[in-house]
Design a protein around this ligand. Structure first.
Ligand code: DX5
Ligand code: ZN
Length: 217
């Protein structure tokens, strides 16, 4: 069954713990977007916030690093409670090393790709990662429109994963809503990240229930 990750960037951050408690029983994990103002044109939150949040929820936390020099911070994000770490393909010269560092420290390693990055660049790393995070908007902000081409990317990625006989997770991040969620699951998405779809949507409980009925085709 598809898993849902609540992206807290879209919540009322002044009430972070309450916001997470409000959605906790309906989602499978929390998605924690770290932005440094260099890799993306926005600054979000980082280590001290993760440390504080870790005490407030038992849900797994997936940390999405949108930062330059991710190698300088991986250990500390895992120390402060990250269960999964997504590193952008575009953010490092040494992805293989970083992926294995994440795994050695006991977390699950994801490689994240921007909308312009083709999946064939993943051929030499796909067997090393636990999942691929496909950005379906340009990273930096919640509440953006889903880039339609991402669907084909997900379909092709699923094909790649199946052909290799892997169980790699396919996480889709950006602009996921009631209009595209079902088609994403049908085409192979195994984790849907949702910011606005959960925190700015009064019907999110119903939406999540209906998404969970969908199956891969
Ligand atoms: C964008 C972030 C996403 C974002 C998703 O850079 O990586 O996780 O918060 O928010 P929505 O679902 O509102 O597009
Ligand atoms: Zn994200």
């Amino acid at each position: 069954m598809v898993k849902i990750a609540a992206s807290i960037l879209a919540c009322d951050l002044a009430r972070l713990a309450d916001e997470v408690k409000r959605v906790e029983e309906h989602v499978d994990m929390i998605h924690f977007d770290v932005m440094d103002g260099h890799f993306v044109p926005n600054i979000s939150f980082g280590l001290p916030v993760l440390k504080a949040l870790r005490k407030e929820t038992k849900l797994p936390i997936s940390v999405h690093l949108m930062i330059t020099n991710p190698e300088d911070y991986i250990d500390r994000f895992i120390e402060e409670g990250a269960d999964m770490v997504a590193i952008h393909y575009e953010s490092t010269f040494h992805l293989h090393r970083l992926v294995h560092r994440v795994k050695d420290l006991g977390a699950r390693a994801f490689v994240a790709i921007n909308p312009h990055t083709p999946i064939n660049l993943l051929s030499e790393i796909i067997t090393d990662v636990d999942g691929v995070l496909v950005m379906s908007v340009n990273p930096g902000f919640s509440g953006q429109r889903f880039i339609a081409r991402s669907l084909e990317k997900i379909r092709n990625l699923r094909k790649m994963v199946k052909e290799l006989g892997l169980e790699t997770e396919i996480m889709v991040d950006g602009g996921v809503n009631e209009e595209n969620a079902s088609i994403l699951v049908k085409n192979g998405a195994t984790i849907l990240v949702m910011g606005y779809g959960i925190f700015r949507n009064d019907n999110y409980v119903e939406l999540i229930k209906s998404i969970k009925q969908e199956r891969e085709e």
